[in-house]
Ligand binder design. Structure first.
Ligand SMILES: Nc1ncnc2c1ncn2[C@@H]1O[C@H](COP(=O)(O)OP(=O)(O)O)[C@@H](O)[C@H]1O
Ligand SMILES: [Mg+2]
Length: 499
């Protein structure tokens, strides 16, 4: 691909990008969220038409104007969000790929052979909705091979996988690379180091360079290529207790889960979760131990069946979500696009969503658009949200920028307590450091309850950590006593403490 340029609403997402892929290599395409990785590969796959530039495939210049043309040319792409139809079964999902001139006669035997060659199990009759993320991805890969792709693009394939599934995928890719060429899009440096033969780095729409993945391509060297300037990491000023009394006390609560089993059941020795003023309190635990229910319970999204939640001296156990927001509880939820944001609304509308009741933005019965626009523009700048404009629908933003939009909105409301559920999950190094710094800064005025599966993150920024295991608090550790092994054991239910 040479001199590829592409603008969206006047801003360059790709600026004269050169990229070459050799036969039989696994070529990593690395870059921060919003760098242009997906757009570049969408150009190759015929989903986005470039404004300038040319593509030479196997020695011949080609014009690819649609995915079906790409597939005819032997190019396949697995997107970050899968393109399978969950209500159909596996075999039916093969028929969906509509290649011009090819009759719809899907040869089940051939599919099985491809799967066997890769030692993958596949049940052609299974409904796609019953498959795990790893199995769906495998299915997409087999589907590409079936349609003859020998250039395979995987867009952030590991973001939906467990560590074990990632290991499996890497084995498959190494096998595949014996006969195919693979583009592996990622922002995760250790994965890129592990799997690729060469690495190309995009930064803000420009190709920084392509280097072999050898001993010179250290993590530090790759970070330097990826980001202009690594945000320096702010240190939290430690808080001990606090004189104004606790901000939040969650006492002896019970929350029933979906199937009426007890998702949360706080009982002695630790029956209270307490958050002091200006404290950052972490919740450590393996996913599925009740952390989601606890966060939703405090935010008012989940019914609390027993016990009390006291916030700023008031019993809020039965208050509505709106009343809790009004009292000063902000929420950065797990599911960014569906719970945290309205995907089809613009960046501006999402940023000011919770401000529109305020008098200062009203103009009689309508809204003062100029004022709201100004406010949104300020927030975009302050939170370094990479978007073409404030009018871009948020669903076009990359993960890190979606998270910044939610954080900007929630922090700008100046809540007393911010609930942050996996705030940096799936983000690149730059965005992660940025968000951690904002949380620490924010704690000068408010308090934070954060859940993260990344224990290092909690150790870095928290004053205290509670460990949750099977719906109860299994331990509480203060900063001066932080110890990875101890916390790890508590997360596994092996040790309990109550000091
Ligand atoms: N269809 C689109 N409309 C408007 N802007 C877009 C569209 N697709 C991508 N962008 C913008 O182009 C830039 C690059 O995005 P993308 O290629 O998705 O980055 P990456 O995959 O590296 O995270 C971002 O600023 C993104 O908001
Ligand atoms: Mg992308």
């Amino acid at each position: 691909m040479s001199d590829i340029t592409k603008s969206f609403s006047g801003k360059k997402a790709l600026d004269q990008v050169n990229f070459n892929l050799e036969r039989g290599e696994i070529h990593a395409l690395l870059g921060e969220n919003g760098a242009g990785k997906t757009t570049l590969m969408n150009v190759l796959f015929g989903l986005v038409s470039a404004d300038e530039g040319k593509i030479v495939l196997k020695g011949q210049e080609v014009r690819i104007t649609s995915p079906s043309e790409a597939i005819e040319n032997g190019i396949g792409m697995v997107h970050q969000h899968f393109s399978l139809i969950p209500t159909l079964n596996v075999l039916e999902n093969f028929i969906l790929v509509n290649v011009k001139g090819r009759k719809i006669d899907i040869r089940a035997q051939e599919i099985r052979e491809i799967a066997n060659r890769l030692s993958l199990n596949i049940n052609l009759g299974a409904k796609v909705s019953t498959l795990s993320a790893g199995e769906r991805q495998r299915l997409e890969i087999i589907r590409m091979l079936y349609f003859g792709s020998d250039l395979i693009i995987l867009d952030e394939p590991t973001s939906v996988l467990t560590p074990l599934e990632t290991e499996g995928l890497f084995k498959e890719l190494k096998e595949l690379a014996k006969t195919k060429s693979i583009v592996f899009i990622s922002h995760k440096l250790n994965e890129v180091k592990q799997i690729s033969s060469r690495v190309s780095v995009l930064r803000k729409g420009k190709m920084v360079g392509t280097i072999p993945n050898d001993e010179n391509a250290t993590i530090e060297a790759l970070v330097k290529m990826m980001i202009e300037k690594m945000p320096s990491v702010i240190q939290k000023e430690p808080v001990e207790g606090g004189s104004a009394g606790p901000l939040l006390v969650v006492n002896s609560i019970k929350i029933y889960g979906k199937k009426n089993e007890r998702a949360i059941d706080f009982k002695p020795p630790i029956k209270e979760l307490i958050i002091g003023r200006n404290e950052i309190v972490g919740l450590a635990g393996v996913a599925g131990n009740g952390q989601r229910e606890l966060f939703n319970g405090v935010a008012g999204l989940e019914r609390v069946h027993d016990g009390t939640i006291t916030f700023d001296g008031r019993d809020i156990t039965r208050l509505s979500i709106a009343a809790r927001i009004h009292l000063g509880i902000g929420y950065v939820p797990e599911d960014r696009l569906t719970v945290g944001l309205a995907p089809d609304l613009s960046v501006k509308d999402n940023l000011i969503l919770k401000d529109i009741d305020k008098g200062e933005y009203k103009n009689g019965f309508s809204l003062n658009d100029a004022k709201l626009r100004g406010r949104a523009t300020e927030l975009v700048k302050e939170f370094d949200i990479r978007t073409q404009s404030v009018d871009t629908p948020v669903r076009y933003l990359s993960g890190g920028n979606l998270q910044k939009v939610i954080l900007a909105r929630e922090i700008s409301l100046q809540p007393k307590l911010l609930l942050a559920y996996e705030p940096t999950k799936g983000l690149d190094v730059g965005a992660t450091a940025f968000i951690r710094n904002r949380l620490i800064e924010y704690s000068r005025n408010g308090s934070v309850l954060i859940f993260s599966e990344d224990l290092d993150e909690l150790l870095d920024i928290c004053d205290r950590i509670y460990i949750i295991y099977e719906g109860r608090l299994n331990g509480e550790v203060r900063r001066k006593d932080f110890d990875v092994y101890l916390i790890g054991k508590m997360m596994g239910g092996l040790v309990q403490n109550a000091n």
